[in-house]
Design a protein around this ligand. Structure first.
Ligand code: SAH
Length: 482
């Protein structure tokens, strides 16, 4: 097979990256971007490897019944939503079977109860955080959006359909301010210029919006004007109940259901002078409003700073945490460890039903947030430790013989360090709840737990990221009585 050759394919499967997979007559696998399982198509080969090739859709002969026109006009070039051309029910089926296949194939998990995936009723505008690099289009107009796959070229994507609708207004205000005062955008290529990124975060339950302007400097010219323009774009802060009478058109109050209109609550200047593609620098200065925003999930309230990790889909996060809580089977008597606890989101959720919760997390800022969050909620039965789970847990177990009835883990994509699995097994909790964003490493780890006397009982996938290929899974393991 060679470059530019046209092959006819039936798309039968999808890779972890969201590429459709078909086979040529000679059995060679071809990965095709923007194709959907069930498509019959002609693909142009763009790259060949020994055992497989990559292709682009040249012509769709028969469209898959699951194919849909993406809502977003730039879905293809963006790459953020790998499967937006697939109907939402088909996306959910795909994710469910991906989890099941990985667990069976990699982990040898066959006897667990696999529950149907929990999807969203409305799979749009769900992200509470969006990050937009700033650049110029071909006509030299300032734009904000995303990098076109593996380049430094910014493509306009201000009205991203998975972000909140307010993003566009905020972006327009910042770009308007840049135009007006001739503030230069940063160039990744030259390392020169000022404004790198605009990050917008929203507490869905509180309506509070934080705008973070990431710049290649410590100061900004015309900071005051930026603040003014940003504050003018959205409704003002909602009124306190006692001032409801005074509500006017531009100061909306909570409606009868208590929904608070979205409003600017915090404007932050973040300094990032490093020549990397890491978005945020370490240094923040509050230009206006609060240093953090607040949100709540269920009955727990959280403070979120610019650098804090926080789940991006609050609607599904609540379902994820409720699943974790119910699988943990707490009665109020248990000692629980929550490893990779971030800002203590799961820990505080569990603390409402446990005797004591210990959270472990490697990022110091997140631990500081977790402690504040415990205080904010008046939760006295949660303690947080900063450090690597694979160091803190073995140390606490060996030196202080700490005990756990239930252990919850929520590691990053690479999964658990074997030292964590070893120590968890030695501590012999009755139940282990594994929250995973990568079903391949989850499957690998479950197999190790099975060797150490834990049986995988329940598997609940949750769709935290509609239109992407990612899927979150909560698993319950129980200790096999010996
Ligand atoms: N449970 C939290 C966060 C999960 S994300 C929530 O639901 O919000 C995974 C977290 O693991 C991140 O906060 C990351 O900083 C942390 N982390 C990464 N490597 C770690 C390690 N080796 N030990 C402890 N925490 C780690």
């Amino acid at each position: 097979m060679e470059k530019n050759q046209i092959v006819e394919l039936q798309i039968e499967d999808m890779s972890d990256e969201g590429l459709g997979i078909g086979h040529t007559k000679d059995g060679m696998a071809v990965f095709v971007k923007d194709s959907v399982i069930g498509d019959r198509l002609r693909a142009r080969i763009v790259k060949t490897k020994k055992a497989y090739a990559f292709g682009r859709v040249e012509q769709i002969i028969t469209a898959s019944p699951d194919r849909e026109k993406p809502v977003c006009p730039v879905a293809r070039s963006c790459g953020g939503c790998q499967v937006q051309e697939m109907s939402y029910p088909a996306q959910l089926r795909l994710k469910e079977s991906k989890v099941r296949n990985n667990l069976q194939r990699i982990g040898g998990i066959t006897s667990a109860d696999f529950y149907p995936i929990i999807g969203m009723e409305d799979p749009y505008n769900y992200r509470n955080k969006s990050e937009y690099p700033v650049g110029r289009d071909r006509n030299g107009r300032l734009i904000a959006g995303f990098y076109a796959g593996r380049t430094h070229t910014v493509i306009d994507g201000r009205n991203c359909v998975i972000g909140i609708e307010e993003n566009q207004k905020v972006l327009d205000a910042v770009l308007g301010w840049m135009e007006k005062y001739r503030i230069p955008e940063y160039s990744e290529e030259t390392g020169k210029g000022l404004v790198r990124n605009i990050m917008i975060r929203c507490g869905f339950a509180t309506g509070q919006i934080m705008t973070v302007i990431v710049v290649n400097a410590d100061q900004l010219p015309h900071e005051k004007e930026l603040v003014q323009m940003l504050r003018r774009t959205l409704p003002k802060e909602p009124l306190k109940p006692e001032n409801l009478q005074a509500a006017s058109l531009d100061t909306p109050a909570a409606d009868l259901e208590g929904n608070v209109p979205r409003h600017m609550a915090s404007i932050i200047l973040n300094t990032n002078k490093a020549r990397t593609n890491v978005i945020l620098g370490r240094k923040n200065r509050t230009l206006w409003g609060s240093d953090f925003i607040e949100d709540s999930i269920g009955d727990v309230r959280y403070q979120i700073s610019p650098l804090s990790f926080y789940q991006v889909n609050p609607v599904q996060t609540r379902r994820l945490y409720e699943t974790a809580l119910s699988l943990a089977g707490l009665t109020g008597q248990e000692t629980v460890w929550d490893l990779y606890c971030g800002i203590g989101t799961i820990s505080l959720f569990l603390a409402q039903k446990a005797k004591m919760v210990y959270g472990v997390e490697v990022v110091p800022d997140a631990i500081a947030n977790a402690k504040e969050n415990a205080k904010l909620n008046g939760i006295g039965n949660a303690e947080f430790m900063c450090g690597k789970a694979e160091e803190v847990l073995p140390r606490e177990y060996q030196e202080h013989q700490v005990h756990a009835d239930v252990i919850v883990v929520d590691p990053p994509r690479k999964g658990l360090d074997p030292a964590v699995i070893g120590t968890v097994a030695s501590m012999a909790p009755d139940r282990v709840v594994y929250v995973s964003c990568n079903s391949a490493t989850l499957a690998r780890d479950l197999a190790l737990f099975e060797e150490k006397g834990y049986h995988t009982e329940k598997v609940q996938p949750v769709d935290m990221f509609p239109h992407s290929v990612h899927v979150e899974t909560v698993v319950l393991m129980s200790r096999v009585q010996k």
